[in-house]
Design a protein around this ligand. Structure first.
Ligand code: AHR
Length: 664
């Protein structure tokens, strides 16, 4: 009870802060028939402008163990012994060393050498996975590794899964025979579910062997792709119905140093030979260090493009522009590449376009085809730079633009407006982006609930003739930085401004996407997970309600001639879906009063029809979903009648609703 009162006070303060006229504040108790009925209008026959397919999308960055240990279904950490401490993630016992001579994979030269120590299973290696290895009873897991014998004769290895009590619960035997590197595989079918298993490989017989690239995947990956994605996490992405997929970052694109920047060419070709790179989120926050955070690049650019295709989203890669992270490097740092030395960076951009779209006879088109995708990936959007600022950026971007426009004029180029939603860098970069004639400008904002509510009108005054807006990273950050219902509601309200301004805003992607509950560096995040389960946040459901109800064309929705951008604490927008022949009305009520509205649907026949309603609602602003209770804030679906060309809607306090009304 105490909590409810607290949250009501919080909501009241929001209500007061938005300064409503007094007579409307005094509206009577919710659900009473004498509540005032407010009129709204829309005209189906007058669509204003199209909504881009890319309007609601996703942004993936390998942060919070989002890739290795997350979306990428590999279960073994440091599978190729390439972390700075080669045994990190492994617990060797008996006689085990690291070697580099005559490696199987020159770009990942380290491997483990095991010598029998006179005791059956006395020599071996345990892998701890990513905060444990999650396995499910009855599911099949493919363990593969490369091995060669050093001594004469075969060597038998035991492969076990070990549970959190150190009990073995799955066992297989593999015989390694031959002095050349050979790939071995065995399928494990654990008979019990375990969130924190370990993999153990031990020697059963005498001899010395070398082991490399020890990998374990569930057979059940998303769409059963080899080297694929965790099925539940990728499905959660598909269920958002994203129109666009931005990858691979974020700050990891920039890298802290020139050396550690993201280089896409290192992420394609056979996975065994993709060189490992430290992840910058390994050390970025002093209070949240993760020394075991590396990028295996098993989830690389081919996999990103393929995933985009699998979930029906348009790919949007981001490339390094020659600048290392500007938060961490001064203007004159040697980690920034001089303009005169940008050639390899620009070639990377041109080669990426060839990799994505080029014929199989081209150098990079062939790499794509050899990886299993001869058809082009139809790349159209390309971002150069992430969060850049100052003159260092435009002078570099300009060189990329010249080269890309000359060879690939059809590619739409995205430039950055810096790390903030306004201020000096932002004010400097927007005109620069216009001068350089980029197609889209990437804006990033992680701001307060109040900012988000006020921001519903942000794009009303944007230049209609300049580059289009790409809201490439945004999230409402309440003071406690948690994924609360209220943050999600503020995002829902704010996003009405995206839709109303769909002539200017062409692409939007919430950030970040994923977080492992035991290994996160940044929050809030859209989707949380542990080794076995996924938890969707209220923010996820808001994104999903927009993604699944995007519509094709905006129509004006007004109250007394003005759009709803906070009046009565209401935020609203409407769209047509010309494909399904429906009208879609979205309304967020951020206040504590229920509102009754009659929406006159000009152009919708008077005959009776049924609207489908999806509603996200809670009485507690702090409400959130957790791994144990993932269903505290979830949308509900129901139907209401629509008669006489009028949508009669009751908008509960603290709610976001989507109404789909058939036009025929
Ligand atoms: O989304 C987390 C980080 O926020 C991104 O890596 C970066 O672009 C921004 O600063």
């Amino acid at each position: 009870m105490k909590k409810t009162i607290t949250t009501l006070f919080a909501a009241m303060s929001v209500l007061v802060a938005t300064a409503q006229p007094a007579e409307q504040l005094s509206a009577s108790d919710p659900a009473m028939p004498w509540d005032p009925i407010y009129s709204m209008k829309l005209d189906v026959n007058k669509p204003l402008f199209p909504i881009q397919n890319t309007m609601y999308g996703i942004f993936f960055e390998d942060i919070n163990f989002g890739a290795d240990g997350g979306l990428y279904a590999e279960l073994i950490k440091n599978r190729s012994f390439e972390f700075e401490e080669p045994f990190m993630g492994w617990a060797p016992f008996g006689n085990v060393t690291i070697q580099t001579k005559n490696p199987a994979f020159p770009k990942n030269p380290h491997y483990a050498r095991l010598t029998y120590n006179g005791q059956i299973t006395g020599t071996g290696l345990d892998n701890e996975g990513f905060k444990g290895i999650g396995v499910k009873a009855g599911e099949k897991y493919d363990l593969t590794f490369y091995a060669r014998t050093v001594t004469n004769g075969p060597v038998r290895l035991r492969v076990n899964l070990v549970d959190s009590h150190n009990d073995l619960f799955e066992r297989a035997v593999v015989e390694v025979n031959g002095k050349n590197w050979t790939k071995y595989s065995v399928t494990l079918t654990p008979r019990k579910t375990e969130e924190k298993a370990r993999l153990r490989i031990t020697m059963e017989t005498q001899g010395t062997i070398d082991l490399e690239h020890i990998s374990m995947f569930p057979q059940n990956t998303f769409m059963n792709r080899p080297n694929g994605m965790r099925a539940d996490l990728a499905q959660a992405l598909k269920d958002l119905k994203p129109g666009v997929f931005r990858f691979p970052g974020g700050c990891i694109v920039e890298g802290t140093t020139h050396e550690t920047r993201y280089q896409w060419k290192n992420t394609v070709g056979p996975v065994e030979n993709r060189p490992v790179n430290i992840n910058r989120w390994n050390y970025t926050f002093a209070h949240k260090k993760f020394p075991d955070y590396y990028q295996s690049y098993g989830l690389g650019f081919f996999e990103y493009f393929q995933l985009a295709e699998d979930i029906g989203a348009e790919p949007l890669p981001v490339l390094n522009c020659g600048l290392s992270c500007q938060f961490e490097n001064e203007e004159h740092s040697h980690e920034h590449t001089a303009v005169k030395d940008l050639k390899p960076f620009i070639e990377d951009a041109l080669d990426l376009i060839e990799f994505a779209n080029g014929p199989v006879t081209s150098k990079w088109g062939k790499v794509r085809a050899d990886m299993g995708h001869p058809e082009p990936f139809n790349l159209r959007l390309l971002a150069i730079g992430n969060e850049q600022w100052g003159p260092l950026y435009p002078e570099r971007l300009e060189k990329f633009i010249e080269a890309i426009r000359a060879r690939y004029p059809e590619i739409e180029i995205i430039g950055s407006s810096g790390p903030g939603s306004e201020g000096e860098d932002f004010e400097y970069l927007w005109p620069e982006m216009k001068r350089l004639k980029v197609d889209h400008v990437d804006e990033h904002y992680y701001r307060s609930p109040e900012w988000f509510l006020e921001g519903a009108t942000r794009y009303d005054s944007y230049d209609r003739n300049g580059p289009k807006v790409f809201a490439g990273e945004y999230a409402c950050h309440p003071r406690n930085r948690e994924n609360s219902f209220y943050a999600a509601l503020c995002e829902a309200a704010f996003m009405t401004g995206f839709e109303r301004n769909a002539d200017v805003v062409h692409i939007t992607t919430y950030a970040p996407l994923f977080a492992h509950v035991e290994a996160w560096q940044w929050r809030p995040d859209l989707i949380w997970f542990d080794n076995l389960n996924v938890m969707k946040t209220p923010n996820y459901y808001v994104q999903q309600m927009y993604g699944q109800n995007a519509g094709t064309d905006v129509v004006a929705l007004t109250m007394e001639g003005a759009p709803l951008t906070g009046r009565l604490d209401l935020y609203a927008t409407a769209a047509l879906d010309k494909e399904t022949h429906e009208l879609i009305v979205k309304v967020a009520n951020t206040g504590i009063r229920q509102r009754r509205v009659n929406v006159e649907l000009e152009g919708v026949p008077a005959s009776k029809r049924t609207a489908k309603v999806t509603r996200l609602q809670h009485t507690d602003l702090e409400a959130k979903n957790t791994m144990c209770r993932p269903d505290q804030v979830v949308p509900v679906e129901f139907e209401i009648p629509v008669e006489d060309g009028m949508l009669r809607a009751i908008l509960p306090p603290l709610s976001f609703g989507v109404y789909r009304i058939p036009l025929k």
